[in-house]
Design a protein around this ligand. Structure first.
Ligand SMILES: Cc1cc2nc3c(=O)[nH]c(=O)nc-3n(C[C@H](O)[C@H](O)[C@H](O)COP(=O)(O)O)c2cc1C
Length: 170
């Protein structure tokens, strides 16, 4: 698919049918995350693929936002392997994991898979419930599946601020 088409048409799906995504699609999504840039190339991300009924039930206990998706990715990062920028005020963990997640979100659409980025959850409770090691923090969960009838883009998908409101030339 054309890159411009992917970034324009990708949307947050909030109603999935029960069909599981294909392994080749999941592999393409995970491979796109692997290619994401990270600070100092630390690649501190860790992606958890959640598909078993038991693990999906844990997701449902954490957030109302699975919307029936048959696959959920948990995107985490190793808090002990982030780059702290000079000055010590910020480190790369959240931003590296965000780039990985964004790659996968766009790759999902490109592969014919609908998705939604989820942050409506307590990341510490989520890490504990999913059994992550102490050194890992959850950035987000990503629903993956096929839109059910009525699961298409919400009206706000087409609503974006004008560039003049968000871009300044200095
Ligand atoms: C950082 C981030 C967090 C989000 N968290 C949630 C969430 O917890 N639950 C949800 O239903 N949608 C969530 N969304 C989806 C947004 O509501 C959606 O992206 C936004 O309304 C624009 O719609 P669109 O993605 O279809 O263009 C999140 C999106 C982003 C980028």
């Amino acid at each position: 698919m054309e890159f411009t088409e992917v970034i324009k048409n990708r949307y947050s799906c909030k109603k999935y049918d029960s069909r599981q995504i294909e392994k080749a699609q999941l592999d393409a999504i995970l491979a796109a995350g692997r290619l994401a840039p990270t600070a100092k190339n630390l690649q501190e991300q860790h992606i958890y693929v959640i598909q078993s009924p038991e693990a999906l039930a844990k997701v449902d206990a954490l957030t109302p936002c699975r919307y029936g998706a048959p696959t959920v990715l948990a995107v985490a990062f190793d808090k002990n392997n982030v780059f702290t920028y000079p000055g010590g005020k910020r480190d790369s963990g959240v931003e590296d994991a965000s780039i990985v997640a964004t790659h996968m979100l766009l790759a999902a659409y490109n592969a014919g898979v609908d998705s939604c980025w989820l942050n409506s959850l307590d990341p510490e409770k989520a890490a504990a419930a999913l059994g992550l090691p102490e050194n890992e923090e959850i950035l987000m969960l990503m629903d993956l599946g096929y839109a059910a009838e009525g699961g298409g883009p919400l009206t706000n998908h087409g609503s974006r601020k004008d560039l003049s409101e968000t871009v300044s030339y200095l």
